[in-house]
Write a protein that binds this ligand. Structure first.
Ligand code: SF4
Length: 393
């Protein structure tokens, strides 16, 4: 059941030192010689961002999770980050035990800056690593080297942050299974509490889309990327990380609370260029281009769009909930959408149950959950979801 009262907020910080060749996120490039304080573009954006936050309806619930994503939020000065957090605290309130995450990139921060972020309230860091091979980092257009990764993690340890995550990408051009396994093992050696593993998608309009055709060399074949998925599951589970979501692994108690809000189809605020919110059953993505976003803020930030029809909400709940290892509660589906929906869902999934991709499990409190098996069901989630989407509702 959707929570109508949001307690999560996503803040989009769209600056990057350069654009990685696979990235289609709404970001703008501020260059290698950037310093947060000296960038007029950054301050201009922050003025619009804070204006947007100030106009937001307040649902009178303190925030329990805040996520600074990007882009590269570590291009903000401590003062700039503090300004946004102060505004959020004044406007909505921030719970004492709130999870406040920030994405950072190697080579974009030093110890003083990190300590400043932590003092301002950041208590979870997510570091964009992607690979442990300089050749692959270069090929992706990443702005850092493997040695920068080790230096950045050293800073995290010295800064005393205990809750931190590391991102890796599989399916990169020229990437071999051996390199992928090495990246996973190198990540484990650094002992993060959380690891995200994303499979490369060659997005239209990116330099990668001009260079590479999905399915063609030097991109790994579908069979190889499937093997990479299984390898991640095997190596990370073996090292004590729970595979709690299609692309995410965590040590016990270290699941990303903010991202769980999305997968549980709850409501959340979002602020900034290209950011998507879910409020009062309205999903809204803000303009992805800088000037359009500025104009939208100047026009008063109207995020209200048509109500999501119930059929879409049913499909959305399954699409998001089946990303989670624990799956979706059939009791919750029944109470929100009715027993007929549960019956058609189970009928539709019978073939996938027979081939071992879908499981029905009974929880400790006797609720039945439908979930994808790990790794095969999660690996073929797009096939299962296509079948669910063909349901006549
Ligand atoms: S650092 Fe992240 S957001 Fe920035 S260009 Fe690279 S992938 Fe995109």
């Amino acid at each position: 059941m959707i929570s109508l009262l949001p307690t999560a907020a996503y803040i989009h910080i769209p600056f990057c030192r350069r654009r990685c060749y696979y990235c289609d996120f709404p970001v703008f490039v501020v260059g290698d010689r950037h310093t947060g304080a000296s960038s007029g573009n950054i301050q201009l954006y922050l003025d619009r961002l804070t204006a947007e936050i100030a106009t937001q309806i307040n649902y009178q619930q303190p925030l329990t999770t805040i996520f600074f994503g990007g882009g590269t939020p570590s291009l903000l000065t401590v003062a700039q980050l503090g300004q946004i957090l102060d505004l959020l605290a004044t406007k909505f309130g921030i719970a004492n035990d709130a999870e406040i995450s920030m994405e950072i990139d190697p080579g974009t921060f030093d110890l003083t800056q990190l300590q400043g972020y932590l003092q301002a309230g950041i208590n979870r860091i997510s570091i964009g690593v992607q690979a442990f091979q300089d050749q692959l980092l270069q090929l992706c257009g990443r702005s850092h080297t493997v040695s920068d990764i080790y230096q950045a993690v050293e800073l995290l340890h010295r800064g005393g942050i205990s809750n931190w995550s590391l991102d890796l990408i599989s399916g990169l051009p020229q990437q071999t299974i051996v390199q992928w396994a090495t990246s996973l093992e190198s990540a484990i050696e650094l002992n993060p509490t959380h690891i995200s593993c994303y499979d490369l998608i060659v997005e239209a309009q990116t330099p990668f889309a001009k260079q590479y055709q999905p399915g063609d060399k030097p991109l790994p074949s579908d069979e190889t990327t499937a093997q990479m998925y299984r390898t991640a599951q095997q190596i990370l589970s073996g090292a004590g990380y729970t595979h709690y979501e299609i692309s995410n692994y965590a040590k016990p108690g270290s699941q990303c609370r903010h991202n769980l809000t999305y997968w549980q189809n709850q409501s959340y605020y979002a602020f900034g260029m290209g950011a998507a919110s879910n409020l009062e059953d309205h999903r809204f993505t803000r303009p992805r281009k800088t000037q359009e976003y500025y104009q939208w803020v100047a026009d008063g930030c109207n995020w209200r769009v048509d109500l999501t029809p119930t059929a879409d909400r049913f499909l959305e709940t399954l699409m998001l909930g089946l990303r989670l290892a624990r799956g979706v509660s059939l009791q919750a589906i029944e109470s929100e959408f009715g027993i007929d929906r549960v019956n058609s869902l189970l009928k539709c999934l019978q073939r996938d149950r027979d081939r071992g991709w879908v499981e029905i499990v009974v929880s400790a409190n006797d609720d039945r959950y439908v979930r994808l098996s790990d790794p095969e069901g999660l690996l073929f989630s797009n096939v299962v979801l296509t079948e669910i989407f063909s349901l006549e509702l």
